[in-house]
Design a protein around this ligand. Structure first.
Ligand code: OAD
Ligand code: ZN
Length: 254
């Protein structure tokens, strides 16, 4: 089937859905200039996760970890949402997309207008105190490295989930609840290899829902995808939204 025909099948599933959710990964922000983790130019090609993204790494060398995060905070602050983020926000405004679960730590979904966002892996623009829990938001990268808590002087840490750490309780609860009631999940730009996030589409499937995937290549989700749309999120998602709006318009007139 051609991409156009596949978009047509996905559109039919989407307009018929009663509770559609989405799962996004680094691929949706790639066209905004934020590097993905895996793949040819992925961060994990250049950097070692065990040196930068674990609680042990932070205990060993908070300065090194913070230097890496300060660089990434700068990238996020400079980036702007791309057509993929806007398309997802539009699906929510149309009343179709009920919840967006993202593994991304940037705030590009919110800046594009999405409201119902679950940050499964935390948010890079926030830091929290390792001793008193005080939380703050960066409007520019931290200048003092490693940064300290303005309340108690202890070390701050990025408010993200590191390898070996649990998913924030409320994010996990909401995501599992949404996955168990969704009849359609739109999965965009994730390799699907990091757990438990990668299980979310499988949970939807087990509950009888359908899986639509958008990715430039096959992923760990593709085996359960009912419709696989191969291409860049920033190109495929706007086409999908246009097709959905056209179909909704026709239905309105019927
Ligand atoms: P990955 O870097 O593992 O995967 C990115 C996916 O996006 C790949 O499947 C690419 O094929 C796809 N992709 C790249 N560019 C794309 C584009 N323009 N349009 C569509 N798809 C595109 O990123 P995640 O799956 O998000 O964890 O990684 C999951 C987690 O692993 C991250 O949240 C992070 C990382 O370690 C934590 O921070 C805890
Ligand atoms: Zn503190």
């Amino acid at each position: 089937m051609s991409l156009e025909e596949l978009i047509e099948s996905a559109t039919e599933l989407i307009v018929r859905s009663r509770h559609m959710i989405a799962l996004t990964g680094a691929g949706v922000s790639a066209e905004s200039g934020i590097p993905t983790f895996r793949g040819p130019n992925g961060l994990w090609r250049k950097f070692k996760p065990e040196e930068l993204a674990t609680p042990e790494a932070f205990r060993r060398n908070p300065r090194l970890v913070w230097e890496w995060y300060a660089w990434r905070i700068g990238l996020v602050l400079k980036a702007t949402p791309n057509p993929a983020h806007y398309a997802l926000a539009e699906l929510e405004k149309l009343g179709i997309l009920k919840c967006l679960i993202t593994q991304n730590v940037d705030d590009l979904h919110e800046r594009a207008g999405s409201r119902s966002v679950v940050h499964f892996h935390g948010e890079i623009l926030f830091a929290r105190c390792t001793s008193c829990g005080f939380r703050l938001k960066w409007s520019e990268p931290p200048s003092e490295i490693p940064p300290r808590c303005p309340k108690c002087g202890s070390l701050l840490r990025p408010d993200v989930v590191w390898f070996g750490e649990p998913i924030p309780e409320e994010a996990l609860r909401r995501a599992l609840h949404e996955a168990s009631r969704a009849d359609v999940i739109l999965v965009v730009g994730t390799s699907g290899v990091v757990q438990p996030a990668g299980s979310i589409p499988y949970i939807v499937k087990e509950h009888g829902g359908t899986v639509i995937e958008v990715n430039v290549e096959e992923s760990a989700i593709t085996p359960v995808a009912d419709v696989f749309l191969r291409g860049k999120a920033g190109e495929v998602l706007p086409k999908l939204v246009t097709a959905v709006k056209r179909k909704l318009g026709k239905r309105g007139k019927e």
